[in-house]
Design a protein around this ligand. Structure first.
Ligand code: F6R
Length: 614
């Protein structure tokens, strides 16, 4: 979703901003723009619909001399994607330019009031209201830019990360946040702004995560200053950015998605490292051990998440219920937040989010906290909002996920849920130590077994050619394989734009079976588990209606092999670990089908990596 970049210093402002925007492309956007402030006080705004490369083309004959600047990738919410609606937006007298992520909920009210004071608007965006309001306050109160921003933000209801520059003030950038991410990078005699650390990772690893209701005052030659909306000076807490430039490159793969699929043996090693201890005898998650009383006295868990993270959460529910005997509910964060949830202080709410910035999941956390629950986070991006808003939690440590379709984050989340369930089971004594050690021992072998599964790559590439032009797909699974079916279907639809539905296999006969014919391929996830015999009969039901079947089975399977059109054999693992293996061929299948169709797998249409608005 929208991304912000900013820079003040002696470097090439234009180049730093353009490269920063390119780094933020993975978040999803449909237009881009920048504002450059020249040393002589000239403020120029350049914008273009479409890719950052369009903005580069547009800027090729423009004056790019600057000492500070802000830039933006926009994912349209108020008003269509267009040059006009792209950010930055000027204030009426052209003195200020502003970029904004998020949504201003009371923009209509503010706009009407400003129009009564004679302001004219060029766009329908909520952002233009904000910049006009700042200018209005700056002029009528004859106050400083930072005071005008502070005063304006006190009138605003909604979510925002903003950055503002001023024509006659080339040595200052003012930035602020509430519910949308914003990070300041501190270099030598230069400072950077970003929605995350990716735009400036090669320049500095010193970062300050701006908190909600804080304003960053970035001035050339001065240390960073942070003030709150009620005008108190806040602590500038400098952290080390846990990111490297190599992690942001494709490393010889044609796409980030393929790189991230193939990285899983090493990302899962990183995820497990230091968490299975005593030579595989026990499991230790500090986030659990530091809050043992909460986990021992918990009556119920509620997991909140969106999209792929929600699918991983369904697996988390099964793992925790099976291993710990604690009742677990899984909710879409977007529904949970408006459902007037009944939560008691003995409930634990677990929030799962790769980006750590998903607006609905953040809002769900806030509600859970208000109602007295202990909130545990499972995130990937270190320092993001969700890990900062939760009482405790665990990072999945799979490194930056750039491909919009989540792959390595899914397996990382499922791995953390496995570790979480084992840790709690160990604390509660709900599972015998021998079984815990056996599962933990297998978990240590998962990276190597994922590597073995990735050898199916060539076979899946060939297989994808047969199914590239199917118009619909059905994905079926039971038990631990049901969330895998949902995830497989989501992967296919989001990058190939083929309609795909994931279903519990036994539910098929209550409706979707009507769709089955020779044109409708069914992907069945059928490892050898306690529901295997049941799913064999589901395979027969599809077969007898002329449907073609791709089955993911355990090595050595003979029964489904005879029924299915194609089988993909995966290594045998304990039932609770099968999703970590069976999800891999589904990732590859969707990748190759999308590639065959010529789709942009890393940046599928309309999607955003970090969904920071409702
Ligand atoms: C699917 C995908 C999305 C995200 C969802 C939640 O491949 O990436 O469905 O899973 O937007 O995002 P996070 O996990 O960042 O909260």
């Amino acid at each position: 979703m929208c991304g912000i970049v900013g820079y003040i210093g002696n470097g090439n402002v234009y180049k730093i901003l353009i490269n920063g925007l390119k780094r933020l492309e993975y978040r999803g956007y449909d237009s881009a723009g920048m504002a450059l402030v020249a040393p002589d006080g000239k403020l120029s705004v350049y914008k273009a619909k479409g890719k950052v490369s369009n903005l580069e083309d547009y800027c090729s004959d423009k004056s790019l001399d600057a000492c500070a600047g802000i830039a933006h990738t926009r994912w349209a919410t108020h008003g269509e994607p267009s040059d006009n609606n792209a950010h930055p937006h000027y204030s009426e007298d052209g003195r200020l330019a502003l970029v904004h992520n998020g949504t201003i909920e009371n923009y209509k009210l503010l706009r009407d009031a400003l129009q009564q004071h004679g302001c004219h608007f060029k766009t329908e965006t909520d952002t233009e209201v904000l910049v006009q309001l700042i200018e209005y306050i700056r002029t009528t109160n004859a106050c400083s830019l930072v005071d005008a921003v502070r005063e304006a933000l006190n009138q605003v209801i909604g979510a925002y990360a903003i950055a503002v520059v001023e024509r006659d003030n080339p040595d200052t950038i003012i930035a602020a946040r509430k519910s949308s991410p914003l990070v300041v990078g501190i270099g030598n005699d230069e400072m950077f702004l970003g929605s995350d650390g990716t735009p400036f990772v090669e320049y500095t690893d010193k970062v300050v995560y701006v908190n909600d209701n804080e304003i960053a005052v970035i001035r050339r030659g001065e240390p960073l200053k942070i003030i709150t909306l009620d005008n108190r000076e806040a602590k500038v807490d400098v952290k080390k950015l846990a990111l490297s430039i190599a992690q942001l490159e494709k490393g010889g793969y044609p796409h980030f998605m393929l790189k991230e699929i193939f990285e899983q043996p090493s990302t899962l090693t990183d995820c497990i490292r230091g968490r299975v201890v005593d030579n595989g005898y026990s499991v230790r998650l500090n986030g659990v051990f530091d809050h043992q009383d909460k986990f021992l006295n918990c009556n119920r868990m509620i997991i909140v998440a969106c999209g792929t993270s929600w699918h991983a959460s369904l697996l988390g529910k099964q793992l925790i219920q099976d291993m710990c005997g604690i009742p677990v509910e899984v909710e879409y964060a977007s529904e949970f937040r408006y459902s007037n949830p009944v939560i008691t202080p003995r409930d634990i709410v677990i929030a799962v989010s790769q980006s750590g910035e998903t607006a609905d999941t953040l809002a769900a956390i806030q509600i859970a906290r208000q109602k007295g629950a202990f909130v545990y986070g499972i995130s990937n991006v270190v320092g993001a909002s969700i890990p900062r808003e939760t009482h405790s939690g665990t990072y999945i440590h799979v490194g930056p996920e750039i491909g919009v379709a989540s792959t390595k984050a899914f397996t990382g989340q499922v791995t953390v849920f496995t570790l979480l369930a084992l840790s709690i089971a160990q604390l509660k004594g709900s599972m015998d130590q021998e079984t815990i050690s056996k599962v933990a021992g297998y978990l240590l072998r998962i990276p190597e077994l994922v590597k073995e599964t990735l050898r199916l790559d060539d076979k899946i590439r060939q297989l994808s050619l047969i199914y590239t032009y199917a118009r619909n797909f059905l994905y079926l699974g039971r038990g631990y394989s049901y969330p895998v079916a949902l995830e497989g279907a989501l992967k296919l639809k989001e990058i190939s734009y083929i309609h795909a539905e994931g279903y519990p296999a036994a539910e098929m006969k209550h409706g979707p079976i009507a769709l089955i014919d020779s044109e409708m391929p069914t992907v069945i996830i059928a490892p050898k588990d306690h529901l295997y015999e049941k799913i064999v009969s589901n395979v027969q039901q599809v077969k007898s209606r002329g449907g073609s079947i791709i089955a993911i089975v355990t090595k050595g399977d003979t029964v489904i092999r005879d029924l299915a059109d194609h089988v993909l054999e995966v290594p045998d693992v304990p039932e609770c670990l099968t999703p970590l293996i069976t999800s891999i061929p589904l990732q590859l299948l969707s990748y190759y089908i999308a590639i065959n169709k010529g789709k942009n797998v890393d940046m599928p249409r309309n999607l955003a990596k970090s969904v920071t608005v409702e």
